[in-house]
Design a protein around this ligand. Structure first.
Ligand code: ADP
Ligand code: MG
Length: 147
């Protein structure tokens, strides 16, 4: 297994699919970061820790999916930090550690169903990240070095 997986990169504009309007904004990584993912990382929903620049470390959920902009031959990585930010952070450095896997990607027959699933993912992530073995990763050197 390639977890935990640490990575860092600037936040770029996403597909404008209106995640923010759903109350679940997702910060996108550029192609270079996505291309560096280990080949055996499956698409689906992951959880872990993340921070913007040298800010606080927050729990996060990340969706790794097929990128429609590249005819679904490239992956995309979208991170939702479980924290209320006062402002957007486009262009700023996002550091994350992916700690575990929640579920595969799947289709939803309604927006309501999708939102419910994401809220369940968030609750699941919060619970799992309270485990001592996961809290430990928040203290990793990766997050100690300032960028
Ligand atoms: P886009 O299509 O550009 O990704 P979104 O609606 O998904 O647009 O919003 C993502 C942006 O919202 C992020 O790039 C970031 O600047 C901002 N943002 C604010 N709060 C959060 C959060 N808790 N998690 C992730 N991104 C957030
Ligand atoms: Mg987004």
């Amino acid at each position: 297994r390639s977890l935990p997986y640490f990575c860092r990169g600037p936040v770029i504009r996403g597909f404008g699919r209106g995640s923010k309007e759903l109350g679940i904004p997702t910060a996108n990584f550029p192609e270079s970061v996505v291309d560096s993912l280990p080949a055996d990382i499956s698409t689906g929903i992951y959880y872990g820790w993340g921070r913007v620049n040298n800010g606080d470390i927050h729990k996060m959920v990340m969706s790794i999916g097929w990128n429609p902009y590249y005819k679904n031959i490239k992956k995309s990585m979208e991170t939702h930090l479980i924290h209320k930010f006062k402002e957007d952070f486009y262009g700023q450095m996002l550091s994350v550690v992916m700690v575990g896997y929640i579920r595969p990607e799947r289709g939803f027959s309604s927006l309501e169903e999708l939102i419910t699933a994401i809220h369940n993912d968030i609750e699941e992530a919060k619970r799992r990240l309270d485990l001592p073995e996961h809290i430990k990763l928040k203290e990793d050197n990766f997050f100690r070095t300032s960028i």
